[in-house]
Design a protein around this ligand. Structure first.
Ligand SMILES: [Zn+2]
Length: 375
């Protein structure tokens, strides 16, 4: 044991300075690439998102399709176990006085810095650059439009009508066979609408439910895209009225649409154009919630009148969804939101976590441009 410790000390001290320099150099490289990319959205769109990224996701998909479970979840579990073992061993060594606390702290800080710097660089190269691509509204030639109060009220009524028309009772429990059908229909909807989202012919890996979904529920997370494994992962515990939309959202990230409002908007388009009423219903339900929330801020009295039009089935789904997330809301949820906020800001998304709600602008522009006579 002593021989190991002295070797460790020797190697570590000999390379320490150089390793810190390499680590900080990697951080600087990440920052430089990100800065340059943020100034060239067209170049990122053409040379990265449409040219290089499809090869990356195709390669990852070829591999992740071999596993029916989430590889990302396995990697996180193994990493957490490894870190716990290393910390436990550190504590034993320190308590036996073989190595000083200061030396270990310095070593682990360096390890952490190296791990983060390498992860950031890989993250940026295999997916993160998509944050700097051309705005989706430009790709879809969606002119930014605003609506008057009256037009917004009409849009609320229209979406409520679509929600009521497409309503069908969501499944009461998670069924793997039914979910396979949902995955297939969502993928089909993506493929049948190439004019909406320019895509290459990539065979994407399946969405995967997280085994530890309850932890996701406590964190207030409905889904997460893992760029390192190319997997759209989702929380299987979330209300059934949200599931197809969450899956479509994560699949938008898989296709290289990193921004949350854009992933939400793409998921909406894909859902409402599906051949399946349940998927369409979930898409309209999400849009209705966002537009109604905006309308409430403008005219709370009129809002009360309009929401009465929502029929009993969708109303029950909305109630169930709010109750589900409220019931599990805790300080853990707030911590998870704060981390997500910092993550998005680190990727130059100025609005941070509010970026999810910015889908409202895309929805308004979409309806104002697509149906100019109605809204
Ligand atoms: Zn997302």
């Amino acid at each position: 044991m002593k021989r190991h410790i002295s070797t460790f000390k020797k190697n570590f001290l000999a390379n320490k300075r150089l390793r810190w320099k390499v680590s900080l150099g990697l951080f600087l490289l990440v920052y430089t690439i990100q800065s340059i990319a943020s100034k060239c959205p067209d170049a990122v769109e053409i040379h990265y998102s449409r040219t290089i990224y499809p090869y990356i996701i195709q390669t990852l998909s070829l591999f992740n399709r071999l596993f029916f479970f989430s590889l990302a979840e396995l990697v996180v579990a193994l990493t957490a176990t490894l870190i716990t073992i290393v910390i436990a061993r550190d504590i034993v060594w320190i308590s036996k006085g073989r190595v000083s606390y200061k030396e270990f702290l310095s070593c682990r800080l360096l390890n952490l810095s190296e791990l983060l710097a390498t992860s950031f660089l890989i993250f940026l190269l295999i997916w993160g650059l998509n944050y700097a691509r051309r705005p989706l509204s430009d790709n879809l030639a969606l002119k930014k439009r605003q609506m008057s109060e009256k037009q917004l009220e009409q849009l609320c009524r229209f979406l409520i009508d679509q929600v009521n028309r497409n309503y069908c009772q969501p499944p009461t429990e998670f069924d793997s066979k039914k979910m396979a059908d949902i995955y297939h229909k969502i993928e089909l909807s993506y493929q049948q609408n190439p004019e909406l989202i320019p895509l290459s012919k990539v065979e994407y890996g399946q969405p995967k439910p997280i085994i530890s979904s309850h932890i996701f529920t406590l964190l207030g997370i409905s889904g997460i895209y893992s760029p390192f494994t190319g997997e759209p992962n989702f929380n299987r515990e979330q209300p059934a009225s949200e599931l197809p939309f969450s899956i479509a959202h994560e699949k938008a990230h898989q296709r290289g649409f990193a921004l949350e409002d854009e992933a939400n908007f793409i998921a909406f388009l894909v859902c409402i154009k599906s051949s399946d009423a349940y998927i369409r219903y979930c898409g309209y339900l999400m849009a209705m919630r966002h537009i109604l929330a905006t309308f409430y801020l403008i005219d709370p009295e009129k809002y009360k009148e309009v929401v009465k039009l929502i029929e009993i089935g969708p109303k029950e789904d909305l109630r169930e969804s709010t109750a589900f997330w409220n019931q599990h809301h805790s300080q853990l949820t707030e911590l998870s939101e704060a981390i997500n906020n910092s993550y998005l800001k680190a990727n130059r998304v100025k609005s941070g976590i509010d970026n999810y709600d910015e889908v409202v602008q895309l929805l308004i522009s979409y309806y104002a441009n697509t149906f100019p006579n109605n809204f």
